[in-house]
Design a protein around this ligand. Structure first.
Ligand SMILES: Cc1cc2nc3c(=O)[nH]c(=O)nc-3n(C[C@H](O)[C@H](O)[C@H](O)COP(=O)(O)OP(=O)(O)OC[C@H]3O[C@@H](n4cnc5c(N)ncnc54)[C@H](O)[C@@H]3O)c2cc1C
Length: 284
């Protein structure tokens, strides 16, 4: 199938892109790598009169380290993130994840911003970025605003992004001492993914997030409380805490896995992620 006809805009500056988004707000979509958007348009799941291609705006690709914050431009591709020395050094879990997503073609074209904004339920980076307490910076003609990655995705293919907003960058505080993302993949997509983060500050609460099992990433508060109260302890009570968090989630059967099997995989990846951070703590 072919997409319906649309007008293709190729701004060379952020100002121009923001103006185009505002002018066509009723029927516009940003366009990054196109790996999700073009498929959705060809299948007629999505139709837009105007596409604003962001690829000529080089500042959207920048990766910078400013003191204790790592800023990744929304247009950074998975391949660029995997190969970036600053990200490999300060956040190897993210570099490793981006280096293993999909296949070389998708990694070369697909962007971290497109991954977040598409909000596909089986996407991996939103889970890790929520656990890392990343902040997303969005821009529109009204100015910039910041949204926590943990609050950005609200459901399957749903985010708090307004129709005229462009995701500019992702700011990640480099406050973690131990970080791990674990996932189980079936075919091309993840059926369960979990991130665990232990902060350098001993008073900061550990964060454990789960994704790819329900409509969007969620925190596992009982698991977090168990890890906080029993640092380094991997016992049956931890498994029960994780299972009690997962029992509260609305998980459906689908073509990849039954709901029961997905709950089992979710428990497994959460235990693996926490176990890996305990091992990192022991080595630190
Ligand atoms: C075969 C295959 C396997 C995959 N496997 C995985 C996997 O294992 N794990 C995983 O996490 N993902 C996986 N993906 C998804 C992949 O990560 C995404 O396709 C990619 O990140 C989307 O980025 P894009 O730049 O192509 O987005 P596009 O397709 O260009 O855009 C996607 C959506 O985001 C919006 N958008 C894009 N950029 C911005 C921006 N800066 N501001 C506002 N809105 C924006 C667009 O309007 C559109 O709605 C897979 C995809 C394929 C095709």
């Amino acid at each position: 199938m072919l997409p319906r006809p649309f007008t293709y805009h190729r701004p060379t500056s952020l100002d121009e892109a923001v103006t185009l988004m505002a002018r066509h707000v009723d029927d516009v979509s940003p366009y990054a790598g196109g790996t999700e958007l073009l498929l959705a348009m060809k299948m007629h799941f999505a139709d837009y009169e105007h596409l604003v291609d962001l690829k000529r705006i080089s500042e959207l690709r920048a990766v910078k380290r400013n003191g204790g914050t790592l800023s990744i431009g929304a247009l950074a591709t998975h391949a660029a993130i995997a190969a970036d020395a600053a990200i490999q050094g300060s956040l190897p879990a993210l570099a490793g994840l981006c280096g293993s997503i999909a296949n070389a073609r998708v990694r070369a074209a697909g962007t971290i911003g497109g991954n977040l904004c598409f909000a596909e339920p089986r996407a991996d980076p939103p889970v890790l970025l929520a656990a890392l307490d990343a902040q997303l910076c969005l821009i529109s003609a009204r100015g910039e605003r910041h949204v926590a990655a943990s609050q950005f995705i609200t459901g399957a293919l749903e985010t708090v992004r307004a129709p005229d907003e462009i995701l500019l960058r992702i700011d990640i505080p480099l406050t973690a001492r131990s970080t791990r993302y674990e996932r189980v993949v079936h075919g091309h997509r993840t059926v369960a993914g979990a991130a665990a983060v232990i902060a350098q500050d001993a008073h900061a609460a550990p964060r454990v997030w789960l994704g790819c099992v329900a409509t969007h990433p969620v925190a596992l508060p009982n698991a977090e409380a168990h890890v906080a109260a029993n640092p380094g302890v991997l016992d049956n009570a931890l498994t029960q805490a994780i299972a009690s968090d997962i029992a509260r989630l609305d998980i459906a059967d689908d073509e990849d896995a039954s709901a029961d099997y997905r709950r089992h995989l979710a428990t497994t990846v959460a235990i693996r992620a926490i176990t890996a951070t305990v091992e990192q703590e022991e080595r630190a």
